[in-house]
Design a protein around this ligand. Structure first.
Ligand SMILES: [Zn+2]
Length: 89
């Protein structure tokens, strides 16, 4: 019987093979939701979704696209935003 804290069904059960070759059951928490566009709500691509401890150790370039409004707006909203910014100046 697993310990009480691991009986929760909100934890994922993953079988991993440890270096000695034995298969072991580990309990993992779920990933965060997918990032959404701040304007239209579309799912943003190229965005990692991991637990905060893993995100801390990733390079910035792997966390969001490296363009203007990358990780905030989707490509079509970015295009419209850039054009409207240029026209207002
Ligand atoms: Zn959008």
């Amino acid at each position: 019987m697993p310990r009480p804290s691991r009986r929760s069904r909100s934890l994922r059960r993953v079988h991993i093979r440890i270096p000695s070759g034995i298969s072991k059951l580990v309990y993992k928490k779920g990933k965060p939701k997918k990032a959404l566009c701040g304007k239209c709500g579309a799912v943003l691509h190229g965005m990692m979704r991991e637990r905060p401890t893993k995100m801390q150790n990733l390079p910035k370039s792997q966390k969001r696209p490296e363009r203007k409004y990358g990780g905030v707006l989707c490509p079509s909203c970015t295009k419209r935003k850039i054009i409207s910014d240029v026209r207002t100046v």
